[in-house]
Design a protein around this ligand. Structure first.
Ligand code: UDP
Length: 473
């Protein structure tokens, strides 16, 4: 009988990263049934409810442990949720260390660690315990390329990236403007910048990278990465949640969505959502509401209470007010035949897989992007934070399955622009080729995951690599 290969996986307290790495772990076990995986969760306050739902559906060869929580109140309150998450992960490293120590001396000792990029202090612990170490990268290969090349870019470009006039050319990637880099890269004097730079420098501690993307989507980027990191980059995506596990709440509002969608005609509905924690400011909520109304198109909108910080709800909602109370006066009444507004959360993959949905206005979080591609729904790009502007560039300029909104001078997307682009997608999507391209990409995603598909092969290669290296040790 083959020897059990025990791998530790460490993630960060953000739902989209946890969901992605849990699904990756399931895929790995599916293809290598003598692997055992222990998922380690650094935690802020308490486990995230939608993640607990996902953990109910694990095979017995995946176990998990929550590290003692870091209290939100003990984190600097003036920093963004993304930086708070990174600080919480760093503060969890002593308990991570003891967890790895006890797993390493268990009856099935650990042989490898797979880490989230934002928990990569863990790679130093892996070295200490002689473990092989890999980074599971939930976003795109283009973003991985940025992270790998960032220490060099930091030296080469002395101005702030937002002021840098030339396009940045990452190998094998579509050119990007400095302003489209994630916000952490934009202020050299900030703690966020310092943290991301340290994190990117640690990438060279990894033995390899597993990336949630696929060849048709990012083949050129993959080839360029391969040249620099031979045999150590694995495109294993698209890894998305399936419909049943995506229903985090199973609530009455979920039921309301399905009932409402059932009544709409084929591909007539625009789904509008900003991920697990994205928020808009009050003025932008108004513009979006009026824009949707003006477009005359059906919509299903997942709405959060407004905030001036675009990832305000990432560590859980701060505002208990009813989100619907922030809509323009009379909006719900006027649009009752046209749309449905759902507060806070909706079963996204179930919605995207519904035949009535014909478009997705998305914040371009990578999970949302992949879900939309796998389910064949063309997009409107409304990036908010993190690497979402880069994802928007990839979607609009490289694979051309999303339409772009233009900002007004005051930095808002205004109602007329929103209405124009919504109509462009919902009414002219066939004419302008976007529906055909998303169908091609959907088919390619499906092929990548077939038994002989590129991503399945990559998962096999990764598993076989571990087995060979472990046998050689
Ligand atoms: N999601 C969901 N319902 C919601 C909002 C989000 O199921 O109302 C899921 C969505 O399907 C995706 C994840 O949460 O899997 C969001 O991940 P993404 O990378 O798109 O964005 P992030 O949350 O990291 O901003």
């Amino acid at each position: 009988m083959a020897k059990t290969i025990h791998i530790a996986v460490v993630t960060i307290p953000a739902f989209s990263h946890q969901a992605s790495i849990i699904q990756f772990s399931k895929n790995l076990i599916h293809h290598h049934n003598h692997f055992h995986i222990t998922i380690i969760f650094p935690t802020i306050d308490s486990p995230l409810p939608p993640t607990l739902t996902l953990l109910k559906h694990l095979p017995s060869s995946i176990t998990y442990t929550f590290l003692p929580p870091i209290h939100k109140q003990s984190l600097p309150q003036n920093l963004s949720p993304a930086v708070q998450i990174q600080l919480a992960v760093s503060q969890s490293m002593p308990s991570f260390h003891s967890t790895i120590s006890s797993l390493s001396s268990s009856t099935t000792p650990l042989v490898a660690l797979v880490s989230d990029p934002f928990a990569n202090e863990s790679l130093q612990v892996a070295k200490e315990f002689n473990l092989l170490s890999y980074i599971y990268f939930p976003p795109s290969a283009m973003t991985l390329s940025l992270f790998i090349h960032f220490p060099k870019l930091h030296q080469q470009i002395s101005s702030e990236f937002r002021d840098y006039n030339e396009a940045i050319q990452l190998p094998g990637c579509v050119p990007i403007h400095g302003i489209d880099l994630p916000e952490h890269f934009q202020d050299r004097s900030s703690l966020a910048y310092e943290l991301i730079l340290q994190r990117c420098k640690r990438f060279n501690l990894a033995d390899g990278f597993l990336v949630n993307s696929f060849m048709k989507m990012e083949g050129k980027t993959m080839k360029a990465l391969e040249q620099e990191h031979k045999d150590s980059v694995f495109l294993v995506g698209p890894i998305i949640q399936n419909g049943s596990t995506n229903e985090s709440k199973g609530s009455d509002s979920d039921l309301e969505c399905y009932k409402w969608l059932m009544k709409q005609s084929t591909k007539s509905v625009l789904y509008v959502s900003f991920g697990s924690g994205g928020t808009l400011c009050q003025q932008q909520v108004y513009e979006l509401a009026f824009g949707l109304e003006l477009s005359g198109q059906n919509f299903l909108w997942v709405l959060r209470a407004p905030s001036d910080t675009s990832n305000e709800a990432y560590l859980g909602a701060k505002n208990d007010d009813d989100p619907l109370s922030f809509l323009p006066k009379g909006f719900l009444e006027r649009t009752k035949e046209q749309g449905l507004v759902v507060p806070n959360w909706a079963p996204q993959t179930r919605i995207l897989s519904h035949g009535s949905v014909g478009g997705f206005l998305t914040h371009c979080g990578w999970n949302s992007v992949l879900e939309s591609i796998v389910l064949g729904v063309p997009m409107i790009a409304w990036p908010l934070f993190a690497e979402q502007k880069m994802n928007a560039v990839l979607l609009c300029d490289q694979v051309k399955v999303a339409m772009r909104l233009k900002f007004s001078e005051d930095g808002l997307f205004e109602r007329d622009e929103i209405a124009k682009v919504v109509k462009g997608l919902m009414l002219d999507g066939t004419e302008n080729g976007i529906r055909e391209r998303i169908q091609e990409l959907k088919d390619a995603a499906f092929d990548a995951l077939k038994e002989d598909g590129s991503s399945t092969k990559a998962i096999f290669q990764f598993g076989n690599r571990l087995e060979t290296l472990v046998t050689d040790i």
